[in-house]
Every structure is written in C-alpha cells, then in structure tokens.
Design a protein. Structure first.
Length: 277
C-alpha cells in the first residue's frame, strides 16, 4: 500500500486548479476573449454537483469491489516489481482502460447518453473539465475492474486515478497552445481541443486522458489544424443541467417505443449515437 491518500491529492491539486481557473479568467478579461459565460458556468456547477454526490455514493463501493477482486489477482506485482514501477504501470494501464472506456462512451448510445453532458458546452475553458455526468462514476466501474485483477494495488489505482483526473483538467483550455515535443506523447490542450470539436474531421478523435499514444496506435488521432467549433453536432440549446442529463435518455426511450422489434430496440440502445449523424 502507500501512505498517500487520494484525499491528500485532492487537497494539493484542487488549489492549483483554482489558481489556473483564476489566471484563465483574468487572461480572458484582459484580452476580451470571453472564454467564460455566466449561464454556461452555472450549468457546469449544476452538473458537477450531481457528479460529486454520485462519487460519494459509489467511491466506497468501487474501492470495495477493487479490494475484493485484488484477492484473486492474476499476478502478484508487488513482489515482482519495485513500487515505483508499480506506479508507472498503474498510470499507463489506467490511461489505456480510460481510452477504451472513453471511446466506447462516444460510440455506444447508452454510454453517450451519460457522457454527452461533458461535451454540451460550446465553450472551452478549465471549468468545462468539471462539467461531469451524473452517472459517470457508475458507468466507469465495469471497465476499471480489470486493474485489480491484473495485480494493481487498489489504493494505487485510487490515487493514480485522481492524479490522472487532475491532469485531464489542464487539457480544457484555449490559452495553452502547442507544447512542442510533449505533443507526441501526452494528451495536451491542443489535442483535447480537437476532442471537444464538432468539426467533421474532429468528431470522435483523441480519446486519451494522460497519453496521446493510444490514439496514435489505434487510429483515432487528429492534430489541431483548423479552428475548433466547440460543442455537439446538434447543440442542446439549454443551460439546465437536469434537462441535459436526461435529454439523450429521453430520445432513446422514444426511439425504442417506436421501434419494430427487439433487435431494433437493442441497436437503438447499444448502437452508435443518432445525435452524431
């Protein structure tokens, strides 16, 4: 195990994030960039509130599941590799699992119904990183149970996961441009701006959180070339976090109600999102 806790990581990381947001707001004001809109930010706060409540509800359950599965791990990595290597492996595997979770969340309609709230903003700023889905913490559970099974310590998973999340916040900005050699390995703000774009060539690209190498390996990488149009292909046209949360679920239920058979219903639920057509 490790003496560091994920609560301590939050206590260290969140003040830094708040400073980043304040700097971005100041930059926006001084340069008349209008990176923040009041209604959009209030909507983000509403979505974040629901997400935090859900995190509190499932965090303990998730950790309990990981601890239980860790008893039946395939590899006893703690006795095979040094602790520093365990940490590196944890970060790499967490990011790999996140890549596939994120990719499926864009390509399977019921998971897109969860994830689309994060993409509903037509802005791009540090605060948008907090625009998290209410059901997001639940939707991740089946994907990340792989980690304790292969032998990653559940405590390390929790802490490395928080650190990776904090890195993801940095990607949501327009004021940081190209980062040179880091662009080849890490998911930088430039790469993540592409991910939030509704431009045709930017849709469903750059899924990585910490690393961009997975996108390069699996054919989902797209560099930032033209100006990014942020938001959805069909924007939600509301700042109500409740409406945004249930919007796609409502559309799914309507489509299933009008479907002709079970096969069509299953496709409408598990198939690609219609909102991207």
């Amino acid at each position: 195990m490790t003496e560091l806790t994920y609560q301590q990581v939050y206590l260290i990381g969140l003040p830094i994030v708040i400073v980043f947001i304040l700097i971005e707001v100041l930059f926006s004001s001084l340069n008349n960039k209008k990176l923040y809109r009041k209604n959009d930010t209030l909507c983000t706060i509403g979505l974040l509130t629901g997400n935090i409540l859900m995190v509190f509800l499932v965090k303990g359950i998730t950790l309990a599941i990981h601890i239980y599965l860790y008893q039946y791990r395939i590899l006893d990595l703690s006795s095979l590799i040094p602790i520093w290597m365990m940490w590196i492996l944890a970060f790499v595997l967490i990011d790999l699992v996140f890549y596939f979770y994120h990719r499926v969340s864009h390509r399977s309609r019921f998971l897109w119904a969860v994830h689309m709230s994060h993409h509903s903003s037509e802005e791009m700023n540090f605060a948008v990183s907090f625009r998290q889905a209410w059901l997001g913490p639940i939707s991740k559970i089946p994907f990340f149970i792989f980690l304790p099974i292969v032998g990653i310590d559940p405590t390390i998973i929790a802490i490395a996961g928080v650190i990776s999340t904090l890195w993801g916040i940095v990607g949501h900005t327009q004021i940081i441009k190209n980062l040179g050699p880091f662009e080849y390995i890490f998911n930088t703000p430039s790469h993540h701006r592409v991910h939030h774009g509704s431009n045709k060539q930017y849709i469903d690209k750059n899924y990585g959180n910490l690393l961009i190498v997975w996108d390069r390996m699996f054919g989902t990488f797209e560099p930032e070339k033209e100006s990014v149009k942020y938001g959805l292909v069909k924007n939600v046209k509301t700042f109500n976090p409740i409406k945004i949360t249930i919007m796609e679920w409502s559309n799914i239920l309507k489509d299933i109600k009008n479907s002709n058979n079970i096969k069509e219903s299953l496709y409408l639920f598990f198939g690609p999102p219609k909102t991207k057509e």
